[in-house]
Design a protein around this ligand. Structure first.
Ligand code: ATP
Ligand code: MG
Length: 331
């Protein structure tokens, strides 16, 4: 009998265009994992309500996101792609897990504190319990590996805590999942002024999207923050310079990276030249992804079909878990 593959789960909010952080932090791993694991990838439309209450564009945004995910390497034949809102089982598990999550730990979560700062006028309960819904997303498939960027590490740790509490109180249903990235290190792609991570829902000039055209990519990179250059040899790079080197390493040839590393260390680096090279390589990297995503969007019925087939498979897995949950809880 064929050995059962480990289960993998990850998701993304339909809150804007995919950017380099989503691609290198998450999608690139997903595209590789789909051939090695039993993979579920979902559009986190319920999660988007915590910050984007308006649902008018949700459908269009969801289709666009699915197109971008496929353009970035997901193969609907090799993994399950679905919308969170198509799986009501997740909401029921969220309810049970909420009874095991404490106000203190939720209020301490880094992403919650960030959002409170960003949207003080809308600190809704969904925002507070975001990590609980995320735990339900993961545990509903009894997933073991969760490929995410660095910003999600704390949420995965909370998921393990909720799962352990559930197992201890009611019976062993859930394996304890771990955050995953090939190479071991979870990635955090900085924005272009080095002040935080690239994000879908922040200053668009500071983030490079897979949908940006050649001119816009070039413009953003040429405007990226730099300075006079290093003052002493082999000094540590400031965040905004480190961020540019990280991007260079991801899209340029290694001899190019080595040249600029060595120029930096010897204090002879010309950031203008480096940014021109980075812009050129970034344009070549993004162009095929952008074009493929745009082509896919010309057939929305096909995308809807992928999502409805995905929903059938995801519900089957979710229902099996929920049956076990109800059984051990005595419902
Ligand atoms: P939003 O601002 O709406 O929250 P986001 O860009 O943070 O959007 P999410 O949908 O929250 O994107 O996250 C999707 C995946 O992308 C997650 O696995 C997350 O860890 C990863 N990710 C997001 N931003 C980055 C980044 N800058 N570097 C690395 N990974 C990232
Ligand atoms: Mg986010």
């Amino acid at each position: 009998m064929e050995k059962k593959k480990e289960i993998v789960l990850s998701g993304i909010r339909p809150t804007g265009f995919l950017h380099l952080g989503n691609y290198f932090g998450a999608l690139r791993n997903w595209a590789r994992m789909q051939y090695e694991y039993d993979c579920y990838f979902f559009i986190a439309d319920w999660h988007s309500l915590t910050t984007h209450a308006d649902t008018k564009d949700l459908k269009v945004n969801t289709r666009r996101l699915v197109s971008e995910l496929i353009a970035g390497g997901l193969d609907p034949e090799a993994c399950v792609i679905y919308s969170q809102s198509d799986i009501p089982e997740i909401a029921e598990l969220y309810l049970y897990l909420n009874m095991l999550a404490y106000r203190g730990e939720l209020e301490k979560t880094a992403t919650f504190k960030d959002k409170v700062r960003q949207q003080p006028e809308n600190v809704n309960a969904g925002l507070l319990t975001y990590p609980v819904l995320q735990a339900a997303d993961i545990l509903i498939h009894r997933a073991l590996k969760v490929p995410v960027g660095k910003d999600q590490e704390q949420h995965i740790e909370m998921t393990r805590n909720f799962a352990e509490r559930f197992n201890y109180r009611y019976g062993n249903v859930f394996p304890l999942p771990v955050a995953f990235s090939y190479g071991g290190e979870l990635l955090r792609i900085l924005n272009l002024d080095g002040t935080g991570k690239m994000s879908k829902s922040e200053n668009p000039m500071n983030t490079i999207y897979l949908n940006d055209d050649d001119a816009l990519i070039t413009k953003k990179i040429m405007k990226a923050k730099t300075d006079q250059g290093p003052a002493v040899e082999n000094m540590q790079k400031p965040d905004y310079i480190q961020g540019l080197f990280t991007l260079l390493r991801l899209v340029s040839e290694s001899d190019v990276v080595e040249k600029y590393e060595s120029d930096f260390n010897q204090c002879v680096i010309r950031y203008g030249d480096m940014k021109k090279q980075l812009a050129e390589d970034m344009v070549s990297f993004i162009r095929p992804l952008r074009e493929k995503a745009q082509n896919l969007q010309s057939d929305p019925a096909h995308i809807d079909e992928i999502l409805s087939e995905g929903a059938v498979k995801a519900r089957k897995s979710a229902a099996a878990t929920l049956l076990k949950v109800r059984e051990v809880m005595g419902f």
